[in-house]
Ligand binder design. Structure first.
Ligand code: FES
Length: 155
């Protein structure tokens, strides 16, 4: 990922103070994930060296932020909220429907590599529950019908 260094250096220029390499960690991780699809061990080693920080600090960040991945996933990442407001509005039925329709439970990927399903914490749209992200896009007030319509659009 050394080819991303010019982008990272440009980001560094926007920092208000020098010596805050740790501030760059999350933007760098996001950019690498955008490029590779996940964060590989070699990316951790690269960033530890580039940002002059212990690798364990990077691993800690990776284990804390669920949007950062350590392994490849399917082309379509279905992130369905399972917290209380979404559960009260039927997210359990949506999980069951996805299992029936795609044969996967949270944490699994379809054998063809098209879909990965994750059960995620509150997506911040409780007022329009139940909510699911498909890659970077929010889908709110989901029903079985609207979920099926969305699945049909994804190839
Ligand atoms: S509980 Fe599901 S979006 Fe907040």
């Amino acid at each position: 990922m050394k080819h991303l260094i010019p982008e990272f250096e440009a980001l560094k220029q926007r920092l208000p103070l020098e010596g805050l390499n740790g501030v760059l960690l999350l933007p760098c991780l996001h950019r690498i994930q955008q490029e590779r699809g996940y964060i590989h061990d070699e990316d951790i080693a690269f960033l530890a060296d580039y940002l002059a920080m212990p690798a364990i600090q990077i691993i800690e960040a990776l284990s804390f932020y669920t949007m950062l991945r350590r392994a490849p996933i399917g082309r379509w990442h279905l992130q369905l909220c399972h917290n209380l407001p979404c559960a009260l509005c039927g997210s359990d039925n949506l999980f069951d429907y996805l299992h029936e329709r795609l044969g996967i439970r949270p944490g699994e990927t379809t054998p063809d590599g098209r879909f990965t399903l994750s059960a995620v914490e509150c997506l911040g749209c409780c007022g329009t529950a139940p909510v699911m992200m498909i890659n970077e896009t929010y889908h709110e007030q989901l029903t079985l019908e609207s979920l099926e319509a969305l699945l049909k659009e994804l190839n």
